[in-house]
Design a protein around this ligand. Structure first.
Ligand code: NAG
Ligand code: NAG
Ligand code: NAG
Ligand code: NAG
Length: 895
């Protein structure tokens, strides 16, 4: 029966040390990956735009049980396909084309299988199609854990988009032949050669209608970030390497714009919703005329340019449309009237703009077009709380940052950073001439478990604590908060995973009620705050950690996850079928220690080990190796100390000093030892004899590197802290979650060791220095002198006194020896350090009374008494004081 019990306990310990296997990834607010970045498998859904030959790194890291073997497969769904294909990642030694005939062909290869890192590379697209905005490649990773067929981890998806097919499109002419004008209309190409404009303000059909159609159906985040148009190159070099300063950009936006190109956007407006290029004839023709005449090129080139968010990354390509057009085939003249007129193109709606935080730059270009190049443009931001701020650029830089927003030198363009925050929302009004236009901007942040308050210096974490130690019978609460902005629907809920002890190795997903029913009562309670528009908070309280159930082998070890799910409509705005973020915590159950958790073989009391002054004593207690092993496996730190009666041993300076005793704690074995050396000092003996018991205190702590943000340990029910223990009292130690001190009144009490020292201090002759011998010699000589004197006196007087002395001797008294001791004391001080401090105490035992302070001071010169140690924090005196009132006052002082 006993052995069965032991086996069970061991089994439980082994099972409980397991942690649910899961992906290890860092929490980031990032949604969009750029090339050369790392997709940390397991993170919330992400997306990437790549260019051919650009790659991403795939990183698969597991945590929970890093020791177990696993195999990973990459699953991918080619653009517009309904089914997943599988690549065994252990076998992809070289590049091999996948999704060959689709718009997003790619290859995968191993970089370092041991580290779980792979390379995903986009290949060149074979054909052009306008489906690009709605077709993406979906990737996810499945991990199978060795020997546990039920354990399968499935990651969130990475969606890869490619804009490449747009540049490969060949449009059909009216005659039926196909020409490659990319996504420009043939009209646009001829317009770029002569800029023929019929009126002061007008437009040209500039973008291919099918592109415009496709773009209309693209997810909103994408629509807001597509930049496209034409480049008129006055350099006749290649389109890939054109220089902005030698070109005119007919685009809705591009981040490369210098001030000349920024100025050009005052005269044109390329509307991606209609495909039309609106122009102010005089401003446009004058600008191109000046550039052309200034450069005086012999040839010009026409390119089509396409970028995502206008940046070099993640996507920026320029395609050749027509090159080396001779000078005499183009004609640029000034047209129209230079008047202070401005115009707001038709069909430019004041529709709401969504700026997606965590994605990439989002520009707003003022759509007002003006004839006069000198027209002043001005943007004003009115925040949701009605504060107005002019976004005024500096005249010395192409771009100026105002309140986190980039403003162009020309005042007609602003750009939001990927870190856009809610304070950036509101109305952005641009004014030019007599026209005004307002953008209503919302900043959308998908939920994440941390955020940076606009007025706070640092990030606020909303994550669950990564690890929670659940000591049987203890109580705690923890929470998670997910922050978001302008997401219509977010639900947050806790999900529990409990190891299915009996049936299989898998962990079962449980709702709270199911989880609670496993433990027979309302163990866990949850409060969810849903009324806030920018946050969901889940408070989880464990009222009392239930004991393990030895019949089922189940204990409280589990994993809890806060799961925030975004509504379908919100997810689709960023082109994803769903969007879920999670923050999780591993909860490790710990049996409450009992005497059986300790190795007590060396915890013998004085009567057992025969404490004596001659041999000293040794008291030693350790946690049992299996307990230590489990604590180590889950990362619990142990700290231990001795209490001697109700005083902390380390504070008892008379005992706790070199040569007298040693207190050691071995971390590897969690063994606490108090070794008393043979006692040579009266004070030590007196001190020890005054004490009755020695009690070990074991504290269980979180390692200091662990962050306990959002975790609250309810230790107050164990009473107030023992101030004498200082910060080592578990109640005062933030990282401490349990102490055997909490169990003083319970079954742990037997681990108290009795102290009972008998006998007299041992004289250590061997260690006596020459000084003492000299002293003894002098004393002896003195005695001889006195004896001689006595003899002399006795001979002179009657023998009466002699008789008395004789009588005393017969009764066992030794008056001359006593006299010797008297003299010894008298003579020691003039000896000047010839006597060791330990010797001093032989004859003058320091009592606990406070007048000893003086005595200590008097001996202050002696090198063996460390006055600083006694006087510094008074700990010796305080610890020593037996008067409870005085102790209290002392303790109050220490706090
Ligand atoms: C998770 O990954 C990070 C970064 O690589 C690493 O520092 C950390 O130790 C890992 N955590 C676990 C539990 O393996
Ligand atoms: C969660 O607990 C905190 C205090 O720890 C409290 O302020 C907050 O209102 C609680 N939230 C919910 C949703 O109960
Ligand atoms: C979450 O828990 C921490 C620690 O108990 C507490 O300080 C914080 O107020 C809690 N947050 C919320 C939102 O309840
Ligand atoms: C000392 O230990 C022995 C054996 O465990 C026990 O019988 C005895 O009562 C103890 N004595 C004291 C004074 O604690």
């Amino acid at each position: 029966m006993l052995s069965l019990g032991c086996v069970l306990v061991l089994c439980l310990a082994a099972a409980a040390a397991e942690d649910k296997v899961r992906f290890n990834f860092s929490q980031t607010g990032k949604i969009l990956l750029s090339w050369d970045e790392v997709w940390e498998v397991g993170s919330p859904n992400m997306m990437a735009f790549l260019m051919p030959d650009k790659s991403l790194k795939i990183k698969i890291a597991l945590e929970g049980r890093a020791d177990i073997g696993h195999s990973a497969v990459l699953k991918y769904k080619c653009a517009n396909s309904a089914t997943f294909n599988t690549i065994d990642l252990s076998s992809v030694t070289r590049h091999q084309e996948r999704c060959e005939s689709t718009q997003i062909p790619f290859s995968v290869r191993i970089i370092d299988a041991k580290e779980g890192s792979y390379e995903f590379k986009l290949l060149d697209t074979p054909l052009g199609s306008y489906d690009v905005f709605n077709s993406k490649l979906e990737l996810l990773v499945e991990v199978l854990v060795a020997g546990q067929p039920e354990v399968k981890l499935v990651s969130n998806s990475l969606f890869v988009w490619s804009l490449e097919p747009l540049g490969k499109y060949r449009s059909k002419t009216s005659s039926g032949s196909s020409i490659s004008t990319r996504f420009l209309t043939p009209d646009a190409v001829s317009f770029l050669k002569n800029l023929k404009m019929e009126s002061n303000f007008g437009f040209k059909e500039f973008l291919d209608p099918s592109v415009v159609n496709a773009l209309r159906n693209a997810p909103p985040f994408l629509r807001a970030k597509i930049n496209m148009g034409a480049v008129l190159n006055f350099d006749a070099g290649s389109c890939e390497n054109y220089q902005v300063s030698r070109a005119a950009l007919f685009v809705n936006y591009h981040s490369k714009l210098d001030d000349k190109a920024q100025n050009l956007l005052k005269h044109i407006h390329l509307n991606l919703a209609t495909g039309r290029l609106h122009y102010a004839a005089y401003g446009l023709s004058a600008s191109i005329f000046n550039s052309f005449e200034g450069r005086s090129p012999t040839q010009v080139g026409i390119c089509a340019t396409l970028s995502f968010s206008g940046q070099g990354q993640p996507y920026d390509r320029t395609f050749s449309v027509e090159q080396k057009i001779p000078r005499d085939k183009v004609m640029y003249t000034k047209q129209g009237v230079n008047a202070p007129d401005c115009s707001l193109p038709d069909n430019v709606n004041e529709e709401p703009i969504s700026i997606f935080s965590g994605m990439d730059h989002t520009p707003l270009v003022c759509p007002i077009i003006c004839s006069d190049p000198l027209t002043v443009y001005k943007f004003t931001h009115t925040s949701k709380d009605h504060r107005r701020k002019a976004l005024t650029p500096m005249s010395t830089k192409d771009w100026t940052e105002v309140d986190g927003i980039r403003v162009s030198k020309t005042g007609n363009i602003i750009e939001f950073p990927p870190t856009a925050q809610n304070r950036h929302a509101g109305q952005y009004m641009c004014e030019a001439g007599n026209k005004k236009f307002t953008f209503n901007a919302d900043v959308v942040s998908m939920p994440q478990f941390s955020y940076k308050p606009s007025d706070g210096p640092s990030e606020v974490s909303g994550s669950l604590p990564a690890v929670i130690y659940a000591m049987e019978g203890e109580s705690m609460s923890y929470n998670c908060s997910t922050y978001f902005n302008n997401v219509a629907q977010v639900t947050a809920e806790p999900v529990f995973y409990s190891p299915a002890v009996r049936e299989s190795a898998d962990w079962k997903e449980l709702r709270m009620s199911e989880f609670n029913s496993l433990f027979g009562s309302r163990t866990v309670s949850v409060d969810t705050l849903t009324s806030l528009t920018d946050r969901r908070t889940i408070n989880i309280t464990v009222s009392r950690v239930p004991p393990g159930d030895s019949s089922t082998g189940r204990d409280f070890t589990h994993r809890v996850i806060c799961r925030a799910t975004v509504g379908k409509a919100d997810a689709e705005k960023i082109g994803m079928p769903k969007y879920v973020v999670e923050s999780g915590s591993s909860v490790f159950f710990l049996h409450r220690p009992t005497p059986a958790s300790f190795d007590l073989s060396r915890a013998r009391n004085c009567s057992e080990q025969r404490c004596s002054t001659a041999s000293g004593a040794e008291f030693s207690v350790a946690l049992k190796p299996e307990v230590t092993a489990k604590l180590k496996a889950i990362g619990v730190e142990v700290m231990a100390m001795f209490k001697i009666d109700d005083v902390y041993l380390k504070d008892l300076n008379i005992i706790n000093q070199k040569g007298v005793s040693e207190i050691t704690f071995e971390r590897d074995t969690n063994r606490l030892t108090f070794k008393v050396h043979p006692i040579t000092d009266d004070k030590v003996l007196v001190e020890l004899q005054k004490r009755k018991t020695l009690t070990p205190v074991f504290n269980f702590r979180y390692p200091s590197r662990v962050s306990l943000v959002n975790l609250q340990l309810h230790k107050d029910r164990h009473g107030s802290r023992d101030v004498a223990a200082g910060d080592k009292d578990c109640r005062a130690d933030r990282m401490c979650f349990y102490s055997t001190d909490f169990d003083v009144a319970s079954s742990l009490r037997p681990i108290v060791m009795g102290i009972d020292f008998q006998g007299k201090p041992v004289l250590e002759v061997a260690s006596a220095g020459p000084g003492i011998l000299v002293a003894i010699l002098i004393a002896f000589l003195l005695l001889l002198l006195i004896a001689a004197l006595l003899v002399f006196l006795l001979r002179r007087d009657s023998g009466q006194t002699y008789m008395l002395d004789e009588k005393e001797r017969q009764q066992g008294n030794h008056p001359d020896l006593e006299a010797k001791e008297e003299q010894f004391k008298e003579y020691q001080r003039p000896e000047e350090g010839g006597l060791k401090a330990s010797r001093l105490s032989l004859s003058s035992s320091i009592s606990a009374a406070s007048k000893d302070d003086q005595e200590l001071d008097e001996y202050g010169n002696d090198d063996d008494i460390d006055v600083g140690r006694f006087a510094e924090d008074g700990s010796f005196i305080g610890g020593y004081t037996t008067d409870p009132k005085k102790r209290e006052a002392f303790n109050a002082h220490r706090v």
